[in-house]
Every structure is written in C-alpha cells, then in structure tokens.
Write a protein that binds this ligand. Structure first.
Ligand code: BYC
Ligand code: FE
Ligand code: FE
Length: 471
C-alpha cells in the first residue's frame, strides 16, 4: 500500500484507478488546480529547474526522491499513511468503537467544515508567498521556499481527495471554492485571519514558517487522532512533510539572528542597521506579530465547537494516547479571564477548553524554539540579549482576550497605554519598510544576502553552493 503509483495521471497510494468515478472527478479538478498554480503559485519561476524532493512511498525514512524539476511538472498526488488494522476511536463519546471508513452521517457538516478549514490554509500560504522568489537571499533559500510551496499544494490535494471521495457533490463544490478564495482579498478572503496577512519579505516568511506552519503541526496532530480514518491517515503523512517547513522557518530566523549579532558587534555604534542588517529589536517585533496571529488560529479559549469536535471523535488532543482519561467529562481546567481589569481564573469544562489545551502544547513547542535561538545567541558570545515569546493574551483578535489590551507579558493595560507602546512591540510601517529595503535577490550559487548568515549545511548532502535553482 505505501508505495506510490506514479503511472496514474494523479500519483496515489489509494488505488485510485479502482474507483473510476472518483478518479474522473479528481481528473477534472486537476487542470483547475494547475491553472490556479499558474496564476497564484510562485511568480516568475515556473519554467526553472528546482531541486525538489518528491514522495516515493509513505514508509518511515527514505520516502523522498530528490531531483531538478520545473514546478508545474511536480507530481502532486494523494498519499495516505498505511491503515492500522482494527483501529478504534481513541477518545470522546465513541471511544472504543471501530473507526469510521465512511463519513458518519450525524457529523457530516462538522467534519466537512473542519476539512475545508484545514484545506483553505494550504493554497492560502502559497498565495501569500508568491512574490518572494523575486527577493530570495540565496538559491538555497529560494529552493526551500519552492519546496514548501509545492508541498502546501500537495496538502491541498490531500484535503481535496477527502472532499471528493467522501462528501459527494457538496465536497466537489467546496473543492472548487478552495481555488476561488484568495489570501488577503477583501471580497473573497481565506477563512482564517493569519492567511490573509501579507508575507512580502523573508523575515516574515521565516516567522510564518516557524509559527504559522507550526499551527499546522498541532492541528494536523489533533486531526491525526480522528475517528474518521481517512482524515487520520492523510494527516499523518502530511506531518512528515511539515517537519521540513518548520526547519526552514526556525533555521531561517536563526541565521538572521546570527548575522544580526555579527553586524551589531562590527558597527561602532552597535546597530546592525548601520551595516545593512536587521537589528534584534526588529526581529523580536516580527516574532511577536506572527506568534500572536498564530495563537489566534487555535480559536477561542472557551469553545462549544471544540467540545463538539472532541465529543464526536473527530478531533482529538495532541498525543491523545498519552492522556489517561480519553472521555474528559466531569473534569475542568482553569482559564484566565479578564474581569473588571483583573485576571481571574474560571473553571471551564475540559471539553470546552480543548482549543486552549492545543494552544498550550503549541506555545510550549514555540518556547523550545526560543530556547534554541537563545542558545545560538549565547554561542555568538552576545550576553544580555534574549528572544522572548509574548504571552498568549498579547495582541489577540480571536477568543476571550480579543477586545482587551495586554502587554507582551500578559498584563492587562489600557487602550491609551497600548497606543503608546504598540510601536515598541509590533513592527511599525517604518520597520517593515526598512526590512523590505534589504530584500534584494542573490541568485549566485553559494552567495548570501548581507543580512543573513549562510546555512550550516546544504540540502540532501549537497554543498551550500550547489545549483539548487537553475536561474
Ligand atoms: N481567524 O469556537 P471558535 C496549516 C472562527 S494551519 C478567523 O473560536 P473553533 C498551515 C471559527 O472558524 C492549520 N476565524 O473556534 C499553516 C468560528 O467560525 P464559525 C489549519 C476564526 O471553531 C501554514 C468562530 O471563529 N488547520 O495547516 O473551536 C501553511 C468561532 O469559533 C479564527 C485547522 O485550523 C481565526 N484565527 O476552532 C499552510 C484545523 N479562529 O465556524 C498550512 C481545522 C476561529 O462560527 N480547524 N475562527 O463560522 C479547526 O479545527 C477549527 O476551525 C479552528 C477554530 C481551530 C480553526
Ligand atoms: Fe500544509
Ligand atoms: Fe506547512
């Protein structure tokens, strides 16, 4: 099962050719996808050879094959992790029952909405990143951008397979609409806020792949627990691709930090900007911005939707298997609420707090990234500076903190104080302009833009000066 069939027009490991109707429906969607990719995918690079990895199987280890391909020839397809025999629903009201191979009728709408929401983020991110190829700091980075882009395209395929395969005509209509909404478009925006924010410079790209792709890691992890088996299996394989996106983000920011420190030390006034770098204060602001937009993606702290997702067995917790109690009834957790200007804990039924539980896991993982960045800073022998993660209450537009103001440490503050301080905490227009002014392409193999340190090693055992993209 796990080996992928590349002779079909749509590569797959789901024996697609045995279901002619589904195959035909997907083959009709395929040209629409390719048109969308042509219009909204990486601008200006479609006819260049890019060193990309393609999945050859879904087995652990060694699933990827590397080679130069032009992006429109990338073999997007449908790759699910192997079915686990006798798998049971692992949580919620159906705990212990056989997992579903077809959509359970009573949960059809809910399940479709979750799949559409997940699906919508994938093409959105490609749209947000489509102009970055014009300003890549190196061929190595350019290749990584395109790798992320083609895989987000594949993630769209993963979800469209579910919509076409299990939701009939409604699913096919949703699949069409996924190609019609546009990131940042006022009339037909993408569903979730973070996916309508501009991503027009590389510091933003690396923060996005660190923090927003990391929401993907945790949402996919929760959906990999799903009692709807096809969703679980497809999310499991998506997670293996996701790991590279997180690597690109984390190492990208780290390289900008390292270079920033070098330039700070070199400049007599200790300001990296004087030598064409990005100062650490600005990097911190971008981190604050993307962390806060990404914590919004977990939805409200108190959510009946989340309770329903869990109860129905459609969306579990992170590492559900590690919990002792998989039913989560008659248990509570405290969630900090703002009341009359003060933070007070309130007991919330656990199922209604599922978004917050997942956000906690996410924030813990982000804190580990900060620790690794701070270790890199320490290695550069640069005392007295640490990157910090803002509190999850800071700068929120979703959930129970959305209509109030908090400092980065989570303290409630007045609207006036927010107005005064926001410029110290979040990128100002001038900061964005400055960062944008540095974005000049470097297309010579092995060379790096001045504001970023080289990576420690290349991709797939190749040198840094390998021709990752043939310009
Ligand atoms: N922006 O109870 P609430 C990825 C809506 S990233 C706008 O608070 P719920 C990727 C919500 O939809 C992973 N709207 O939240 C990363 C609801 O609207 P409706 C994406 C928002 O429903 C990088 C209303 O507010 N995957 O893969 O418990 C590159 C109240 O809902 C937002 C998923 O998200 C927001 N930030 O949970 C490429 C997994 N937050 O329904 C790819 C699937 C909430 O009343 N999605 N709303 O009209 C879900 O599980 C849930 O929909 C959410 C929201 C966790 C997002
Ligand atoms: Fe994705
Ligand atoms: Fe991703």
């Amino acid at each position: 099962m796990s080996r992928i069939n590349y002779t079909d027009s749509i590569p797959n490991n789901v024996d697609l050719s045995s279901d002619r109707r589904l195959q035909r429906a997907l083959e009709k969607w395929q040209p629409a996808f390719l048109d969308w990719w042509g219009d909204m995918g990486p601008e200006g690079w479609q006819a260049k050879d890019v060193y990309l990895r393609t999945a050859v199987s879904t087995d652990k280890g060694g699933w990827a094959q590397f080679g130069h391909v032009q992006m429109p020839d990338y073999r997007w397809g449908i790759f699910l992790s192997d079915r686990i025999p006798d798998r049971k629903v692992g949580f919620g009201d159906h705990m212990g029952e056989d997992v579903w191979q077809e959509v359970p009728g009573e949960y059809r709408n809910m399940l479709q909405r979750v799949i559409v929401t997940q699906a919508d983020t994938e093409p959105a991110s490609v749209e947000q990143q489509r102009f970055l190829g014009a300003t890549a700091p190196s061929l190595y980075d350019l290749r990584n951008l395109f790798q992320v882009n083609v895989e987000e395209g594949r993630h769209l395929w993963a979800m469209v397979y579910l919509l076409h395969g299990y939701f009939g005509r409604d699913g096919r209509e949703e699949a069409d609409e996924l190609l019609e909404r546009r990131a940042g478009n006022e009339d037909k925006p993408r569903i979730l806020d973070a996916f309508n924010q501009p991503c027009s410079d590389w510091l933003t790209f690396f923060c996005f792949t660190t923090f927003t792709d990391r929401d993907g890691k945790f949402q996919l992890g929760a959906l990999a627990e799903s009692g709807f088996d096809p969703l679980s299996r497809t999310c499991k394989f998506m997670l293996t691709e996701e790991a590279h996106h997180l690597f690109v983000g984390e190492k990208g920011v780290e390289r900008i930090i390292r270079r920033s420190i070098e330039l700070t030390k070199e400049d007599p006034n200790g300001n990296a900007r004087n030598l064409g770098g990005i100062d650490l204060a600005t990097i911190q602001k971008f981190i604050n911005y993307w962390f806060s937009y990404s914590v919004d993606l977990f939805g409200s702290e108190v959510s009946s939707n989340a309770a329903d997702f869990f109860a129905s067995g459609l969306k579990g917790r992170w590492n559900e298997g590690k919990h002792d109690d998989h039913v989560a009834l008659d248990v509570f957790r405290n969630i900090a609420h703002l009341e009359n200007g003060k933070i007070v804990d309130k007991e919330i039924p656990m199922r209604n707090a599922m978004n917050e539980l997942l956000r906690d896991e996410y924030a813990r993982d982000c804190a580990k990234v900060m620790a690794r960045w701070n270790k890199a800073i320490a290695k550069e022998d640069f005392p007295d500076f640490e990157i910090t993660l803002p509190n999850t209450r800071f700068h929120r537009r979703q959930g129970i903190y959305a209509n109030a103001h908090f400092s980065p440490d989570g303290t409630p503050i007045s609207a006036e104080e927010w107005e005064k301080k926001a410029g110290e905490w979040l990128p100002s227009d001038a900061d964005r302009e400055y960062v944008k002014s540095l974005m000049k392409p470097v297309y010579e193999a092995g060379k790096m833009a001045n504001w970023i340190a080289p990576p420690r090693r290349g991709i797939n055992g190749n040198d840094i000066n390998f021709d990752y993209v043939r310009v």
